[in-house]
Design a protein around this ligand. Sequence first.
Ligand code: ADP
Ligand code: ZN
Length: 608
Amino acid sequence: MAVVSLQKPLDILHSIFGYSSFRGQQSEIIDHIINGKDALILMPTGGGKSLCYQIPALCLPGIAVVISPLIALMQDQVESLNQLGIRASVLNSTLSASESSEVEKKMRNDDLDIVYVSPERLNTEGFLSNIEKCRLALFAIDEAHCVSQWGHDFRPEYLEFSKLQERFPSVPRIALTATADDLTRQDIVKHLGLENGRIFISSFDRPNIRYRVMSKDNEKKQLLTFLNDEHKGDSGIVYCISRNKVMEVTKYLKEHGYNALPYHAGLNKDKRNKNHDHFIKDDEVIMVATIAFGMGINKPDVRFVAHLDLPKSVESYYQETGRAGRDGLPSDAWMVYGIEDIVKLQQFIIRSNADAEHKMLEFQKLDALIGFVETVKCRRQVLLEYFGEKHSGKSCNNCDNCLEPVKTFDGTIAVQKALSCIYRTEQMFGVTHLINILLGKEDEKVKRFNHNKLSTFGIGTEYDKSQWKSIFRQIIASGLAIIDMESYGAVKLSANSNKILRGEEKVYLRSDVMDRKSTKTKKTSTGKRSILTNAEDENLFQKLREYRLSLAKEQGIPPFVIFHDSTLIEIVNKKPSNLKEFSCISGVGKSKLERYGNSFLEIIKEHY
Ligand code: ADP
Ligand code: ZN
């Protein structure tokens, strides 16, 4: 393999990675590290954090030690680097003692550029005394938010990393994370001793992700339509709230011809690992999962993340949807939700064992989430503002509200009917029962309580059940009534109800399910790989993808380690006819040109 050292960053970017230019702050960060200084990098998923330490690792003499919390990810990262001709290796519990000492020997002999270690390994005296004998280029601490006890991925081993500074004061340290909040940031600086380092903050916007939130009507059918219209042959994730629902939706998608696999904490570890592996190593797999499927999804070509239930908070939504489109190609964050979701999440909070203060905080988070899903403003702006980032104020043109301004209608009378129905039933009943009364349905419960005698019985037949659900959802979301969890989800009037009942104020509601026949999905669809404009190109893309998969299977690695979809798409669009032209494609460096150039050119030739 090529021995690379002491080259200029831009030359390495061109010749090894095959990319034409740096993105965002990459170049500045790389220079900063090469100059021997420490840094904290806050950059969203897919922003290009890896290059920020990989290129300095190649520019500086000696070995770069990268600390990464997930063993599964380390292997993929090392594979990717090896494919580029970079001398990298892992050092963790998957290696035998003799394999480990072989790696350590290579480190001492300057025969490795980058080593990925687990936090546990880093903290051993054996490892530390070994690296004292090595020439060290830098330390990179990936997923640095694991040092914070506020976050959800807290790893106590991370707290010990402060000793790196004491023991290796002249080796630059670079900490990286996609978690943006202020508390976590402060924790990282404090615990990793980065007070003298520089903080590089990128925008957390993910411009290639299209955000869409819709009223839940028939969720499975809505999902199927979305997949059929926009994501045939794509990989994606469908998040569900419960294990049962995961199994049910997996079955449904399979029956409709999709290669869907389940993932939840109730499956045994082997099964979970197997499904995870399929998802990473095969094309066209849909993972139907609870949030147990989280860390370690480094697949760059996840084309959609669909939510069939509300996530817990805006943070969770951003994290979960952020798993789409790491490769920068157009991707979808798609969600359906209904009033049941709000009720369910409220119940979770009420029934949890948390103390009152904590519950209050959870309720505030839920309110913010409801604000996000109900907003008529640009969703991207609402998201970014939530994270304290100011957006340009212009419409993003890549969320449902920007692409198709929300239609509203004067819902005053509908809301008055709903509120008076709540009042007449003495604020003791849930939404389903209230809707039955409004629709004039004489079911057993309605009869038992004599609710068929009420003045509000049957006064709402101008809407159907799902339309009433949408109306109630908006009534609750805007605080015109509240759900009382202490009394089993009964809807109660609020301080805001009166002015509507007395007709002092009008209420405008989203049309949502009112105009069901709207072509909403069509209008706002990302258009499958819109970059490929004709069937013949799509055909070639499929051929290249199949060939890439066969190469990957031979080597037991994920296909994206060979080439990303974005590289295949560029190959299809430019149709290189010789190695020189092939080398100009983004993502084709020296090593990949040598390994794969000829065989890919062959497929292009065969195709024409
Ligand atoms: P992160 O770790 O921030 O989630 P990665 O480092 O995995 O992101 O980078 C995301 C994707 O962008 C990768 O496929 C990477 O190869 C690609 N990438 C990073 N920097 C550049 C660049 N300067 N030019 C082209 N592609 C890049
Ligand atoms: Zn927008």
